[in-house]
Design a protein around this ligand. Structure first.
Ligand SMILES: [Zn+2]
Ligand SMILES: [Zn+2]
Length: 184
């Protein structure tokens, strides 16, 4: 009875974990890859729904970074090219190592952070995306990379009250979640 799968395993057969043939997925605008290369994903949308910098303490500790850059996509816009076996899952609210959204997803081998998975969307970390770095040289090439990366530019900063560094970019700064907290 191949169709009778436990319902708590159904996520393995849905986007973004369901491995889709290239022709079915549509145009691939971007490819993302972890540091060791065992995890790769594709995106069929040119731009995220939104992107943010998060300065919360949780992101600082989990990412070992002053803040986190997240780009939001519908799950259907993403497909992994590698099995879910190559991924680690971590639910930070319950401190559980299991696939229980919202959870963090990373490479099981090199531990590069890949994304935060929500119910309908993913908040992926665009550092993994190949915007053309290193493919050419010179000022023109640098500008092209910057323009491509600019499609993922954050619209605002959240949890800015917990920041470790001031960022003078003229973008909205929220003390907590955007639209639900004080503007700083
Ligand atoms: Zn890896
Ligand atoms: Zn955060």
């Amino acid at each position: 009875m191949p169709d009778e799968k436990p319902s708590n395993e159904s996520w393995k057969h849905e986007p973004p974990y369901k491995i889709q043939p290239a022709g079915e997925f549509g145009h691939v605008y971007w490819r993302g890859r972890c540091q060791c290369g065992r995890v790769e994903y594709w995106l069929n949308m040119e731009k995220p729904l939104d992107a943010k910098f998060c300065h919360c303490r949780g992101c600082q500790v989990l990412h070992g970074a002053p803040f986190q850059w997240a780009a939001i996509f519908q799950k259907s816009a993403m497909t992994f090219r590698t099995s879910f076996d190559s991924l680690n899952f971590y639910n930070s609210a319950e401190k559980l190592r299991q696939h229980k959204p919202p959870c963090k997803v990373s490479c099981a081998h090199c531990h590069s952070p890949i994304m935060d998975e929500g119910r309908n969307t993913v908040l992926l970390f665009p550092e993994a995306i190949d915007f053309g770095h290193g493919a050419g040289q010179g000022k023109g090439h640098e500008r092209e990379v910057r323009e491509r990366r600019g499609l993922f530019a954050p619209s605002c900063h959240i949890f800015y009250s917990q920041r470790v560094i001031d960022i003078d970019d003229g973008k909205p700064k929220w003390s907590g979640m955007n639209d639900e907290s004080e503007r700083i």
